[in-house]
Design a protein around this ligand. Structure first.
Ligand code: GRF
Length: 224
């Protein structure tokens, strides 16, 4: 069955693209090696950066890896994902724009995590520390995490779920980033499992069907 099949198998074969240290990737690896093993498995990890920590984490978990030589080349990216028989594609700290042909091929099966409450603090230039600096500069008291389906424009796709994270008086960028990252590690795997299992999907009208709600007992994650 080619990588572009529209009926994900069980467990779904999940590919992850990452540019950085890979703590979100690690959260996915741990989640699908444990409680969600019947829903999906992380079967392929690729990066635009040869020395990305995410590749080290994948190799340590015995997961097939690749380096994307030209992230703009849709044929190359599609070939890598097809070879891996990918059902669901996750951008976990991936800093390159995914070529439109890849987005189209994986419509409704490609997710991204963004460390803010989109549409606020999103779009070109809004990544990593820049986001949390802008959050502090604007004096917002609530930030959070967004997981969304990917479309052709950075950080614009239909939102799957959001999780609130408080901003405390006296917070600095590192504290906000660490608090948000904790929330990312919890929300992203749940969203990926929901899409892989079909309990959340992208309708033909471009609207998200299904919801991923925070567990009732979860207070906003906090670090002081
Ligand atoms: C995360 O904050 C993610 O939301 C952003 O980049 C960071 C990646 O961190 N896109 P890691 O590589 O998953 O540790």
């Amino acid at each position: 069955m080619g990588a572009m099949s529209t009926t994900p198998r069980t467990p779904a074969r999940i590919a992850v693209l990452a540019s950085g240290g890979g703590s979100n990737l690690q959260a996915l690896i741990d989640y699908f090696a444990g409680e969600a093993a019947s829903v999906g498995a992380i079967t392929f990890v690729a990066s635009d950066r040869e020395r990305a920590g995410a590749l080290d984490r994948a190799r340590a978990a015995g997961i097939t890896t690749a380096v994307i030589r030209d992230p703009r080349n849709s044929d190359d990216v599609l070939a890598l994902l097809e070879t891996a028989n990918t059902d669901v594609l996750v951008l976990a700290g991936y800093l390159k724009l995914v070529p439109a042909a890849v987005v189209r091929a994986f419509r409704g099966r490609i997710l991204n995590v963004h460390p803010a409450l989109l549409p606020s603090f999103g779009g070109p230039g809004m990544y990593g520390r820049h986001i949390h600096e802008a959050v502090l500069e604007h004096g917002v008291t609530l930030t959070g995490v967004t997981v969304h389906f990917v479309d052709e424009v950075f950080d614009r796709g239909p939102i799957i779920a959001q999780w609130p994270v408080p901003v405390h008086e006296g917070d600095n960028v590192s504290l906000v980033a660490a608090r948000v990252l904790l929330a990312e590690h919890r929300l992203l795997p749940s969203c990926v499992a929901a899409v892989a299992s079909g309990t959340v999907m992208l309708g033909p009208d471009g609207r998200v069907r299904g919801r991923v709600l925070p567990p009732a007992d979860v207070a906003p994650l906090d670090i002081r």
